[in-house]
Ligand binder design. Sequence first.
Ligand SMILES: [Zn+2]
Ligand SMILES: [Zn+2]
Length: 138
Amino acid sequence: MSSIYRILCVSHDPALDYGEYNTPEEAETAIREGDSSHRQCDLLIGRYSYPLIEVGCPPNTGPQRSGRHRCFTHSLTEWVDVVWLRLLAAAHQADTEQMRALAGERRLAHWSPERLRRLRDELGIDLPEPTDQPGELP
Ligand SMILES: [Zn+2]
Ligand SMILES: [Zn+2]
């Protein structure tokens, strides 16, 4: 099963994707070298076998970018299946003490509620708008 890799910019809401790479290394290199229009953005990598099947948080040991989400330092891309991201988004929504504790696990630090919210179209999930946004008219 062949996959392609695209860069997901989650500094935009909702996230937008760009580029097309044959290997994750090519996408990592593109992020490290920086695309002029996303130089300070918070970027992820999507692995597609259409549809999207995995999302990776790229190494954050390269040049600093102001918009990057702060997870712990890692020199390899941290991949996760989109099914787990959907479950994690649901856990954030449930907002019970137990779910907060589970979702606060350090190894999940890449997948903040805000990153997941901006990925909602890619993940195919419905998440409520932030409370300062006007609701849809009936
Ligand atoms: Zn961007
Ligand atoms: Zn990360």
